[in-house]
Design a binder for this molecule. Sequence first.
Ligand SMILES: *[C@@H]1O[C@H](CO)[C@@H](O)[C@H](O)[C@H]1NC(C)=O
Ligand SMILES: *[C@@H]1O[C@H](CO)[C@@H](O)[C@H](O)[C@H]1NC(C)=O
Length: 272
Amino acid sequence: MGARWLPLTLLSIFCGAGCCLQITGIKAPRLVLTGERVHLSCSFRLDGDTLYSLTWWKDDKIFYRFIPKSSPPGAVFPLPGITVDERISSLHQVTLSQVDHRASGKLRCEVLGDSPNFEQDTMDSNITVIAKPESGPSLTGVQGPYTVGHLLLVNCSSPFSYPPTTLTWHINGHQASHATVVQYPGKTDGEGLEASWSGLHMCLQKEHFQEGVLVLRCTASILNVYKKSSQVTIFDSRYEGSDPPEGESTAGRGTSVATQLLSVLLFSLAAT
Ligand SMILES: *[C@@H]1O[C@H](CO)[C@@H](O)[C@H](O)[C@H]1NC(C)=O
Ligand SMILES: *[C@@H]1O[C@H](CO)[C@@H](O)[C@H](O)[C@H]1NC(C)=O
């Protein structure tokens, strides 16, 4: 292939201004989800030239080429993450029946004119194919009893995704300061998916407990596409309580504190 394309590329360098064939636009989504169908199109002007070929590349590898003079004119080259639907792909639109995260990267449309000028033009577009994690983040390491002066060490992990999720912590609804957060290196699988991992290290202060309760939340997100949280409620084991709510006896409350009531609530915030 190199031997064939090199002279064409060199020739196009010497073809000066005022030339003709030109790509006028490329249509490709910037952000899609794994499994989605993707339509790509590339418009161009010939201005008197004759088209030799239109080629689609993903990071320097060809996945589709259309040569009007060939029979059949369209040819598909399999690439990881890219499945071209050959039946409905042609010069003006290429359809990927499904994509996965490995299709993320630089898409390039290249148009070549025929002899004698062998004009060439290219245009690029970036695509990110998001693979959501299979489940929301999980919190580990919560081991009561806790009270003022104790060290709280909690980890939050989010399963494999692409790109990796960003993990953020909230303490009683307020974002945790960077000083309390430890970012651990993520794990990568063989296919480029990444799991993320973050820790929260803090010395519990009086102000962390509101009426004896501290709510810790870890949120995993990917751009504006994915967002899920896990939450844990931690009770101050020494909390005496103020005015118990009506119908609840002080004794009842004391008992529940004594049993180190620790509840884990998991909830999901659906992505918008
Ligand atoms: C694509 O992404 C690369 C690397 O992030 C960046 O340098 C380039 O400008 C982007 N190209 C387009 C067309 O957005
Ligand atoms: C949190 O994760 C780190 C890194 O894997 C580990 O060393 C640490 O023991 C974990 N802490 C807890 C409380 O689980």
